[in-house]
Design a protein around this ligand. Structure first.
Ligand code: AKG
Ligand code: FE2
Length: 331
């Protein structure tokens, strides 16, 4: 159960990037702190993150991607993708290394280990940098996972099997600005809030999110109130996924969250039309990194002696509910 929090806690993870390495005392304090926030809010901001990319660089790469002509972006789309069902556009990448076919379940339409697709390098030059960002986020997430293992009374390398053929996903998201219901003659009630991303919990171990200053992310507390998670410069938002909630024996919480559709006035950036010079609000840019184990990873609660779940099965069950994957011929 979450608590009635009214803002998200901030966790300074500076020691994780210290050139001399973190001291045991720092690691144990950080481990305890992460336990406390994941057992109460399930969500936090991380500051002093050990990444070589600034927010400006990450968001510029995303904006460059979304500024590509629609036909370049659609070349990369999944066959089952139905653009009309979405108030957002996204691009995602998995590990650069191709996961061996042995880890892929041939009977499923959800191939969890697809090869990455990239726009032509003549039109998009950030591939190498995004691959580097992926590796850095995977490394940070792995360090956090060791701290969580320690906080659950396990050795720091307890979750090492989770990193084998890990299927983590880095996703660039763009939520275009839309005029709000509140700007019309009636004021918007809670039910009329326009959402770019409906309420959900994440499915994996944990999520590390870059969000720009447009805002819109909201997190649900135990009273059912939606608490805004506004931008904090150079921070990442971290939250626990369903899998880790289960693995922690319910000690950690996969907290419900959603994203309000950005209004033109709140947009962090504008784009100008080269023909007529008019500018338009870009909307929200966010870059979640979903930290996930390998498809064949056996998962169970730290309290249980038996009863493994295979991660690939867990995630496929959840994917069947995602709007992006509803095929017309799949009823
Ligand atoms: O854009 C965001 O802030 C969050 C997106 C999100 O929650 C998700 O993709 O799971
Ligand atoms: Fe999410």
């Amino acid at each position: 159960m979450t608590t009635t929090f009214s803002s998200l806690p901030v966790v300074d993870v500076g020691p994780l990037g210290s050139p001399a390495g973190a001291t045991d005392a720092e690691l144990s304090a950080l481990s305890q702190r992460l336990y406390d926030v994941f057992a109460t809010t399930g969500f936090a901001y991380l500051t002093n993150v050990p990444l070589s990319f600034s927010h400006a660089e990450v968001f510029q790469m995303s904006r460059d991607f979304f500024a590509l002509p629609t036909e370049e972006k659609m070349k990369l789309a999944k066959r089952s993708f139905r653009p009309n069902d979405n108030l957002k556009e996204g691009f995602e990448m998995g590990p650069a290394k191709i996961i061996e076919a042995k880890s892929v379940d041939p009977s499923s339409k959800f191939n969890l280990a697809e090869t990455n697709v990239w726009p032509d390098e003549k039109v998009f030059t950030s591939r190498n940098k995004l691959e580097k960002l992926y590796v850095e986020l995977q490394s940070l997430a792995s360090k956090l996972l060791s701290l969580l293992a320690m906080s659950l009374g396990k050795p720091a390398d307890f979750f090492a099997p989770y990193l084998v053929d890990s299927l983590s996903t880095l996703r660039l998201l763009h939520y275009p600005a839309v005029a709000s219901a509140a700007s019309g003659s009636r004021s918007a009630t809670q039910d009329e809030v326009k959402l770019s991303c409906t309420q959900h919990t994440d499915s994996g171990i944990l999520t590390l999110l870059h969000q720009d200053s447009t805002g819109g992310l909201e997190v649900c507390n135990s009273s059912g109130d939606w608490v805004a998670a506004p931008y904090i410069p150079e921070s990442l938002v971290v939250n626990i996924g369903d899998l880790m909630a289960k693995v922690s024996g319910g000690r950690f919480i996969a907290t419900m969250h959603r994203v309000r559709a950005p209004e033109p006035s709140s947009s962090a950036a504008v784009v100008s039309n080269q023909q007529n010079g008019e500018t338009r609000a870009l909307g929200r840019i966010s870059v979640p990194f979903f930290f996930e184990p390998g498809e064949n990873c056996l998962v169970r609660s730290v309290d249980a002696e038996e009863g493994f779940v295979v991660y690939g099965e867990h995630v496929r069950t959840k994917m069947k509910t995602w709007v992006e994957f509803q095929d017309d011929d799949d009823n």
